[in-house]
Design a binder for this molecule. Structure first.
Ligand SMILES: *Cc1c(COP(=O)(O)O)cnc(C)c1O
Length: 400
């Protein structure tokens, strides 16, 4: 569009931008084309079919037979929904300091007037089930009403193991609800709402689900639905009860994000065509190749627990005295690639390589090459051979 270019748009850069932040992720063409359709009457029969289809399809993605709720809103909104639908003013919540997103969730819960027991962490490992066990054992009077965990900490590249948290609750016979943030793991990393006994799973559209930002989700257990009947937190927009009745026929109590739902229908179809297990394996492979590259460069991965390495992103520590944001800027200018910045206390100390969503081996090699060339251009001390090491992981996997 010459008109915009004539004003203040950046000059055209040939080829595709590499959006390698850990969300929003690259939106595949099939999803873009599915959204590029007329917005329909959200009270008409065609919409009802769309609503029923996506609400049913999401159950496969969350691995639940239970209820899934879709909000127009970002992931943060779905966090709020999980809290206000299940809890009462002043309730005690246990949370784990796994990184910036856990910290933000705590801040929200504090603003909403809950009492938070925030189990401290060093941002290099996941939620600790042993610590949870100890806290629950102390809580004989069952004052803790909910345990909240971030499945994949997008600020650190650490994936917490959820089943041991469930096991700790079961072992203590503790009735607290288990609320889990899967905003950057759903559709990228194995996750099982029902089997893992999660009460509310919070998710968003713009990461593993390959959609633009704009809608978010709660998957809800029967126990959480029952809790909502007696929960006394004031709620209106986020109220599950207002959603459930119209959802039965595929409709919403207010105007849904119709065109993103077209995209969601397509994204669910794509995940099912590839098969969720294959989707997870692909993410595992790209994460392994990325870690091989980081080791090849002689740089350090932030996550310190190999069983908790994230398959959605890898967070890389900069050598002392080198600014990660300068490196990211140099890579953006030279290679038109966006990498994730360090969040919170990790600002300027780390950069994050997103390898989730609609992504393949050669896109990963473009990404890794861009980082390796950027390290060179920025004068960051490193060894060559990261890209070679990543290729070795990928070729080995392809041979199998
Ligand atoms: C992105 C993200 C959020 C925030 O989601 P918004 O859609 O930006 O509100 C919360 N938690 C995690 C783990 C995330 O990755």
């Amino acid at each position: 569009m010459t008109e915009t270019a004539g004003r203040n748009a950046a000059p055209y850069r040939a080829g595709r931008h590499f959006l390698q932040i850990p969300g929003p992720t690259n939106v595949p063409d099939r999803v873009l084309r599915a959204m590029d359709n007329p917005t329909i009457d959200h009270r008409g029969p065609e919409f009802g079919r769309l609503g029923r289809e996506v609400l049913a399809g999401l159950k496969h993605v969350f691995k639940t037979q239970g209820t899934v709720i879709i909000y127009p809103g970002s992931g943060t909104g779905a966090w709020e929904a999980a809290l206000v639908n299940t809890l009462s003013p002043g309730d005690k919540i246990l949370m784990f300091e796994t990184g910036q997103f856990a910290t933000l969730w705590r801040e929200m819960a504090t603003r909403l007037g809950f009492e938070i027991d925030f189990i401290p962490g060093d941002w290099r490992r996941g939620a600790d089930a042993k610590l949870l066990e100890a806290k629950l054992a102390e809580d004989k009077g069952h004052t803790i009403k909910a345990v909240c965990a971030v499945h994949n900490e997008t600020s650190t590249g650490v994936t917490s193991r959820i089943p041991p948290l469930r096991a700790a609750l079961d072992k203590a016979k503790h009735p607290a609800l288990l609320l889990v943030d899967t905003i950057s793991s759903l559709g990228s990393i194995d996750y099982r709402h029902d089997e893992w006994g999660v009460d509310v799973t919070v998710a968003g559209s713009q990461k593993g689900l390959m959609l633009p930002p704009g809608i978010s989700f709660n998957a809800v257990s029967a126990k959480a639905l029952a809790a909502a009947k007696t929960a006394r937190m004031p709620r209106s927009y986020w109220d599950w009860n207002a959603m459930l009745k119209p959802n039965e026929t595929g409709f919403f109590p207010y105007t849904p994000a119709t065109n993103i739902l077209y995209g969601l229908r397509e994204a669910i179809a794509m995940l099912m065509e590839e098969g969720l297990d294959n989707v997870f394996k692909r993410h595992d492979r790209h994460a392994a190749a990325t870690r091989a590259a980081v080791k090849g460069w002689g740089l350090e991965i932030l996550c310190q627990v190999p069983e908790e390495y994230s398959s959605a992103l890898t967070t890389v520590l900069m050598p002392e005295g080198h600014d990660a944001d300068r490196l990211r800027q140099i890579i953006l200018d030279a290679y038109d690639m966006s990498l994730g910045q360090g969040l919170g206390k990790l600002a300027k100390k780390v950069f994050r390589i997103g390898h989730l969503g609609d992504f393949n081996d050669l896109m990963l090699m473009g990404t890794i090459s861009g980082v390796e060339m950027g390290l060179e251009l920025a004068g960051v001390p490193h060894q060559n051979g990261g890209a070679r090491a990543a290729m070795d992981v990928l070729t080995q996997a392809a041979r199998k």
